[in-house]
Design a protein around this ligand. Structure first.
Ligand SMILES: Nc1ncnc2c1ncn2[C@@H]1O[C@H](COP(=O)(O)OP(=O)(O)OP(=O)(O)O)[C@@H](O)[C@H]1O
Ligand SMILES: [Mg+2]
Length: 212
């Protein structure tokens, strides 16, 4: 039986990495085999591509170049890690996946959505996530949460307007595909966020068990 594929999405500092740790504990309790991963990245080559994408640099990065780098990393990630895991029945939980491309390279950068659909069909095909949790927070709150912690990468350094587009982009993805994409109000306390995530996981597991 194939494993389930869940992606976590949301803007900078929305709580994706924190949510993943919580999901990991939940999967342990259910005795489900899983693999945690992230994008861009997830394999040695894809992590090298991640560095290329995220390192701040003098040279202006062409939008199409950025888009293709993201999909190159994703092709490697899918072939080497995600698809083999799903095939052996292991669940995969990814910190960001395809929706981030639609939102960052499409919505926020004004990239061609038809081209993204094309690349998604070609590179990802049937391996789209079974479920996606979007952690939604006001832009200022997300940036505030990460401000002290980390040193800003090339995308963190984008304008407020860019981050607003990112937030709206994820909400639009959820509105377009409400069956797959669930929005979590991540502005609440950690405990309340985790309650929402757990409720979604329980509902998903029930619906997947019914399908079997
Ligand atoms: N619900 C919450 N309430 C308060 N603080 C939170 C909440 N969720 C996460 N945090 C804190 O906010 C910071 C950012 O969270 P996290 O690293 O999980 O976000 P992220 O979406 O993975 O960020 P990035 O975009 O940098 O990868 C962390 O210091 C985390 O402990
Ligand atoms: Mg993170």
């Amino acid at each position: 039986m194939k494993g389930k594929f869940i992606s976590l999405e949301g803007g900078e500092g929305s709580g994706k990495t924190t949510a993943i740790l919580f999901i990991q504990q939940w999967l342990d309790k259910q005795n489900i085999n899983y693999l945690m991963t992230r994008e861009p990245g997830g394999t040695p080559l894809a992590e090298e591509i991640r560095q290329l994408i995220l390192t701040p640099r003098e040279e202006r990065v062409n939008d199409v170049a950025e888009l293709l780098l993201v999909f190159a990393a994703r092709a490697q990630h899918l072939a080497q890690k995600i698809q083999p895991a799903l095939a052996r029945g292991t669940w995969v939980v990814s910190d960001r996946f395809l929706d981030s491309s639609y939102v960052y390279q499409g919505h926020a950068r004004g990239g061609d959505i038809a081209m993204l659909d094309h690349l998604a069909d070609w590179v990802v095909g049937e391996s789209k996530p079974d479920a996606t949790l979007v952690l939604d927070v006001p832009v200022e709150l997300g940036l505030q949460r990460v401000a002290e912690r980390k040193h800003a990468d090339r995308l963190d350094k984008e304008s407020n307007d860019f981050h607003q587009k990112v937030r709206q982009g994820f909400l639009d993805r959820a509105a377009t595909e409400p069956e797959r994409v669930k929005v979590i109000d991540a502005s609440l306390s950690l405990e309340e966020v985790q309650q929402q995530i757990e409720a979604q996981l329980v509902a998903l597991q029930q619906s997947w068990t019914r399908e079997e």
